[in-house]
Ligand binder design. Structure first.
Ligand code: ADP
Ligand code: MG
Length: 346
């Protein structure tokens, strides 16, 4: 007997198949669009490193590689304590008439630092190694001498200063030449250089958005989902660990803050902080409690936040403007200056 053709049944099956296909399509699409978050905190280059990123559909977490990038940068390039680094080799060559051959990356970093030194009239100076060692700024960070700190004598400071001065450092034919006793300290730009490497790594791969923090420096990665600017918190220089407000920052910018509250020691009621004025050899006293710089380049924002801290606020604002960066200063009197608006927390 010929089976009876059931038209209704066929239609029902077809409809179910179509519904199932639509359902599967929606599930797969949603999975592709699902937001994945990557959050990581690590101790890198002597500071707290934090990744807060998200992506649509990306499954690979970039955090481990970002941490590796920082560790490699410290070990191979920037550290002046580890013998393995290029900075250590450069410092060991001081006084050698043959100089020292530079990697292309280091040559680019040093050349840019020397440009910023010249533009800031020497307020920013990477050749202060002898001076930062004398003040033992690294020791303060470790908490080594917080209790028994005594500021160095004026004669010791003058002696250290005689071994400093960016104009005495020369770069020629990819080699660096430094006088005996001089040593390079890239402490003011390390975190900015790190953020530049993070930006290069992230912007070449899948689309990620969020922020990356390295100590007091921040990288805004990509655009916010709704196209708004990122809100970057600014530390209250007068209140330990609290935020005073925030600034608004576009995509792929570096934000760096230098402040006298960040690292300091006290002696006989006086506070000594870690940003040294190359003109005097003493911690800078120009009436600034903190200086925040926003720039595309992390190196520039980090260098300028240090340099501008050492200038009075009008000179700092004009230097930042000249170098194409945004600035927000909080003065010792609590005034806010510069072209970037500080939005106070409600
Ligand atoms: P932080 O690293 O705490 O954010 P900065 O970026 O302002 O602070 O860098 C300060 C570090 O830079 C100091 O610890 C010291 O190693 C170095 N430094 C201090 N004074 C100067 C200066 N005038 N120019 C360049 N580097 C400096
Ligand atoms: Mg800096």
């Amino acid at each position: 007997m010929k089976p009876k053709f059931d038209r209704n049944r066929l239609i029902a099956s077809l409809v179910s198949a179509i519904v199932l296909l639509i359902f599967m399509f929606i599930v797969i699409k949603n999975r592709q669009n699902a937001t994945v978050s990557f959050n990581e905190t690590a101790f890198v280059m002597g500071t707290v490193f934090q990744v807060n990123l998200s992506s649509q559909g990306k499954t690979e977490d970039p955090s481990a590689e970002l941490v590796n990038i920082g560790n490699r940068l410290e070990r191979d390039t920037l550290s002046w304590r580890l013998d393995s680094s290029e900075v250590a080799a450069i410092n060991a060559s001081a006084g050698d008439p043959q100089g020292h051959e530079l990697s292309p990356e280091m040559e680019a970093v040093l050349t840019e630092c020397l440009r910023i030194s010249a533009e800031s009239d020497g307020a920013f100076d990477i050749t202060l190694g002898a001076l930062t060692k004398l003040w033992d700024i690294d020791g303060w960070a470790n908490g080594d001498n917080k209790g028994d700190f005594v500021p160095p004598a004026k004669s010791e400071i003058d002696e250290a200063l005689s071994n400093c001065g960016y104009e005495k450092l020369q770069i020629k034919d990819h080699r660096i030449y430094m006088p005996e006793g001089m040593s390079v300290d890239l402490g003011a730009v390390g975190k900015g250089i790190y953020l530049d490497s993070c930006r290069d790594y992230l912007s070449s791969g899948d689309e990620l958005r969020g922020v990356i923090l390295a100590g007091g420096s921040v990288l805004t990665a990509g655009e916010k989902e709704n196209g708004d600017d990122w809100n970057v918190g600014i530390t209250d220089p007068f209140s330990d660990g609290e935020l005073i407000g925030y600034i608004q920052v576009g995509p792929w910018q570096s934000v760096s803050t230098s402040g006298s509250y960040e690292r300091f020691v006290e002696y006989e009621g006086e506070r000594y902080h870690h940003i040294l004025d190359p003109a005097t050899g003493y911690p800078a006293k120009k009436g600034n409690a903190s200086v925040t710089i926003v720039a595309k380049s992390g190196l520039l924002s980090d260098a300028l936040s240090t340099a501008c801290f050492m200038l009075d606020s009008d000179a700092a604002v004009s230097l930042a403007k000249r170098m194409g960066a945004g600035i927000c200063i909080i003065t010792d009197d609590g005034l806010v200056k510069g072209d970037i608006e500080l939005i106070h927390q409600k």
